[in-house]
Design a protein around this ligand. Structure first.
Ligand SMILES: [Fe+2]
Ligand SMILES: [Fe+2]
Length: 230
């Protein structure tokens, strides 16, 4: 059974949290290349998804769908703020992201947003990139990696915040799946693994993490009847 807009908005209300309230005071990390890469990636990615979401809000015909996208945008701003705090207070720097991250979030996503702003008929394609590929796979793989590294290193505040981001992203992906179902768009999940591996690199996007995220993704798509891949 696929959740409707009311169910998603109820989940969003239940999950609200404050990025300023996460206690990062005991978390310190230096010289960990994987954590630095992940935080650098999420710094660019979360701020881009927050900034680029307006055309999705405008293209959603249903007022309830529009409200969901608008609530999602507030979540994305909170995520961006949380990763800024992690960079400033835990890493002590704002590291540069991998070129593959910059390509996806500073070029591909804005180009898709512009296309959607010009033609709302591209909403299915735009939701496919934003909610299914970026949030459903690329973010899911990165969050899983960062959460497990944070737990291993005893970074309790980072782990707390990433777990909250992860919970928010689940309903965002649910919103995307609901949109695709309503638009009768099907998605081929087989391309998504390559996207996640390319963006994060093989040390973060390990085959196990990619498999795990793809399996969860395929289950959601199958329930909604929007999966076309075998
Ligand atoms: Fe986010
Ligand atoms: Fe999101």
């Amino acid at each position: 059974m696929l959740a409707g807009y009311d169910h998603l908005l109820a989940a969003a209300r239940r999950l609200q949290w404050d990025a300023e309230a996460i206690d990062l005071s005991a978390d310190r990390v230096g010289g960990d290349a994987l954590i630095t890469d992940l935080v650098a990636g999420f710094l660019v990615a979360e701020s881009a998804v927050a900034q680029e979401l307006d055309p999705w809000i405008a293209a959603a015909g249903d007022p309830a769908a529009r409200e969901c996208f608008a609530v999602q945008q507030r979540d994305e701003r909170r995520h961006a703020r949380f990763f800024e705090r992690v960079a400033d207070e835990v890493l002590g720097e704002r590291p540069a992201a991998r070129p593959e991250i910059v390509e996806l979030f500073a070029r591909t996503l804005p180009a898709t947003a512009r296309a959607l702003a010009a033609d709302t008929g591209t909403l299915g394609e735009a939701v496919g990139l934003y909610h299914l590929v970026i949030e459903g796979i690329v973010f899911a793989v990165g969050q899983e990696a960062l959460l497990s590294l944070a737990v291993q290193r005893g970074l309790r505040g980072v782990a707390d915040g990433v777990a909250r981001v992860q919970a928010d992203e689940r309903w965002h992906v649910g919103l995307g799946v609901l949109q695709l179902q309503r638009l009768s768009v099907t998605i081929d999940v087989s391309d998504h693994a390559a996207a996640a591996m390319a963006v994060w690199g093989p040390d973060v996007a390990t085959p196990e993490r990619v498999e795990h995220s793809l399996a969860a993704h395929a289950r959601r798509l199958k329930i909604a009847g929007v999966e076309s891949a075998p």
